[in-house]
Design a protein around this ligand. Structure first.
Ligand code: PGA
Length: 264
């Protein structure tokens, strides 16, 4: 039994702009072998990868042909269904590739692509409309942390994202302090727990107590094999969104085996 009770922990690997479709096939195959060799119990953890769009069809074919116990999703989705939106990918297309998840509002999209809370809310609605589970990312910058403290910005971002979401919607929330992403300076487990607990209250206010009890809240930002156990011991942290370390099979496999680390 994990500290997350009935919520199935999710270890999610966000590849960002790494690995083409041929590399993706080799990677997912090796990851599956590594998890199998380590006798990972997939009733106790869900492992998901988030490759670039151009890899998804290859990953789908492999996962389905070999019946691999690995979920996958996209790193972004258009808020639009169809039409004159050059470069965009709709939720319907992702669903047709049997994606389970889609990351929404990652800080790199918010910063580099100027996606505000309105776009994040529209993309969340688009994902849900097409039967995808949105992994809604929220987090404060170092400046926000200094000015507003740790919870204010993530709470405001999640409140905005959930404004029009139905109470029975299946969502995942990822708390990713911007200062911890790719910096090697992860939040402490206590910091992650403090914000995750607040975010669970936000889910309760927006969607009700049942949704709050069922929703998985991940921590992201410099998660590694040597710090995952501390996060997973926290009652409100139900998994991790992993960037850099998700590109190293041994490391990502070790993170997915967090149960085997002391006391978890
Ligand atoms: P990181 O990235 O694990 O490399 O810090 C996390 C993320 O951006 O989701």
């Amino acid at each position: 039994m994990t500290t997350t009770g009935t919520r199935l922990p999710l270890i999610a690997g966000n590849w960002k702009l790494n690995l083409d479709h041929l590399q993706a096939i080799a990677f997912v195959q090796k990851l599956a072998w590594s998890l199998k060799d380590a006798a990972v119990d997939f009733d106790a953890v869900e492992v998901a990868v988030f490759p670039p769009f151009t890899d998804i069809r290859s990953v789908q074919t492999l996962v389905s042909a070999d019946k691999l116990p690995i979920a996958y999703g996209a790193q972004d989705v258009s808020q639009h269904d169809t039409g004159a939106y050059t470069g965009e990918i709709s939720g319907a297309f992702l669903k047709a590739l049997e994606c389970r998840y889609v990351i929404i509002g990652h800080s790199e999209r918010r910063t580099l692509h100027a996606e505000g809370d309105d776009v994040v809310a529209a993309k969340t609605a688009a994902a849900l409309k097409h039967g995808l589970v949105p992994v809604i990312c929220v987090g404060e910058t170092a400046d926000d942390l200094e000015t507003h403290g740790p919870s204010a910005v993530p709470v405001a971002q999640l409140t905005a994202a959930l404004a029009d979401v139905a109470a029975d919607a299946d969502i995942v929330v990822a708390y990713e302090p911007v200062w911890a992403i790719g910096s090697g300076k992860a939040a402490t487990p206590e910091q992650a727990e403090q914000v995750a607990a607040r975010l669970r209250e936000v889910v309760a206010e927006a969607l009700g107590a049942d949704a709050a009890a069922a929703t998985r809240i991940l921590y992201g930002g410099s998660v590694k094999a040597n710090n995952i156990a501390g996060f997973m011991r926290q009652p409100n942290v139900d998994g991790a969104l992993v960037g850099g370390a998700s590109l190293d099979i041994q490391e990502f496999s070790a993170i997915s085996r967090f149960h085997q680390h002391v006391g978890v």
